[in-house]
Design a protein around this ligand. Structure first.
Ligand code: ATP
Ligand code: MG
Length: 299
């Protein structure tokens, strides 16, 4: 889906109020009827009809009719993006949205600019991209909510909430993670990390000592997380960002010490999880395989 933040500029307070009213109604209605929307929005001049039409035109709402005659509205993914962006804008966290820098199975990652002109990152969680069975299989934290939820947006919000909470907890005890800035609905705002994912680092760019150092840092991260009762569950070359550009320290041989940052936390689990041991070993095995095959570094 293409994200078009320009509608933000032309939307009125009432437009947001109606969009939010449908969102509220969706907590217990798969489709929110117009009278309910009007009543939740509680507009001074009554009817939300005209506003609903313009939200439909901008594809922030969709209108659906079931076979048994039930008629109502729901917020689209684009509508949810706009609500979350508006929240971050109102809280003065985001001033402008920039280009997309990453697309995962379950997220879109964008550059953005904050009010001081600094670049930040917005990660939009999009759990609807995989099948429901996969979501349930991969993410164990939905519990009953998954059965109740008729909304992917709800699952994406849970995922963002979990990512932000982990990032903040780890950052607070000085793990090398992006700076957690804020979250709203399915979006996590965080600091922009310098460097590239490890899979994009060419072996030729690294000395043997640097490769070994990155491997050691990754293994140390896994061990430290385990001491804190956590398993990352996706600790691999895609979720380790490596920066070689501005050395803050040197290795014994004088080479710049790589700065390694861990990202992507929604799938993290407790070491008390029944499969924790297996998943911890899988993380370590993935790292070892990557370093042996791709970086051709003997471990
Ligand atoms: N804070 C950040 N700074 C710089 N780049 C980032 C940052 N966060 C994410 N990225 C870029 O976006 C890509 C995807 O991010 P991330 O791994 O968090 O999501 P994902 O893999 O799509 O998530 P999922 O596992 O749900 O599919 C990363 O590989 C990285 O290139
Ligand atoms: Mg990732």
């Amino acid at each position: 889906m293409k994200l078009d933040p320009t509608v933000l500029r032309t939307m009125s307070k009432e437009d947001f109020r109606v969009l939010e009213a449908v969102e509220k109604g969706m907590k217990d209605h798969a489709l929110v009827p117009l009278p309910l929307t009007t009543s939740i929005a509680n507009l001074r001049h009554g009817g939300a009809h005209k506003i609903v039409s313009s939200l439909l035109r901008d594809k922030l709402l969709s209108h659906e009719r079931t076979k048994n005659g039930y008629d109502g509205y729901r917020v689209t993914n684009a509508g949810y993006d706009i609500l979350a962006l508006q929240n971050l804008k109102a809280r003065k966290i985001v001033a402008a949205l920039g280009q997309r820098i990453g697309t995962g199975k379950e997220s879109d990652v964008y550059l953005a600019v904050d009010l001081s002109g600094q670049q930040i990152v917005l990660k939009f969680h999009r759990l609807g991209r995989t099948s429901f069975r996969n979501v349930k299989k991969k993410r164990d934290y939905f519990g009953n909510a998954a059965q109740q939820a008729h909304s992917w947006l709800f699952l994406s919000t849970l995922s963002a909430l979990k990512e932000f909470a982990f990032m903040k907890a780890l950052y607070d005890v000085h793990y090398s993670t992006p700076v957690p800035i804020a979250h709203n609905r399915h979006i996590v705002a965080m600091g922009l990390v310098r460097g590239v994912p490890l899979y994009q680092v060419f072996p030729k760019q690294l000395s043997a000592e640097q490769a070994a150092d990155i491997y050691e840092q990754a293994i140390a991260l896994a061990a430290r997380l385990a001491k804190h009762g956590l398993v990352h569950c996706d600790l691999n070359e895609f979720n380790l960002l490596v920066d070689l550009s501005e050395p803050i320290a040197r290795l014994d041989n004088g080479d710049p010490k790589p700065v390694v940052t861990l990202i992507d936390f929604p799938q993290m689990i407790s070491t008390k999880h029944p499969n924790a041991q297996e998943l911890y070993e899988r993380d370590l095995a993935c790292l070892r395989r990557f370093f042996e095959l791709k970086i051709q570094c003997t471990i």
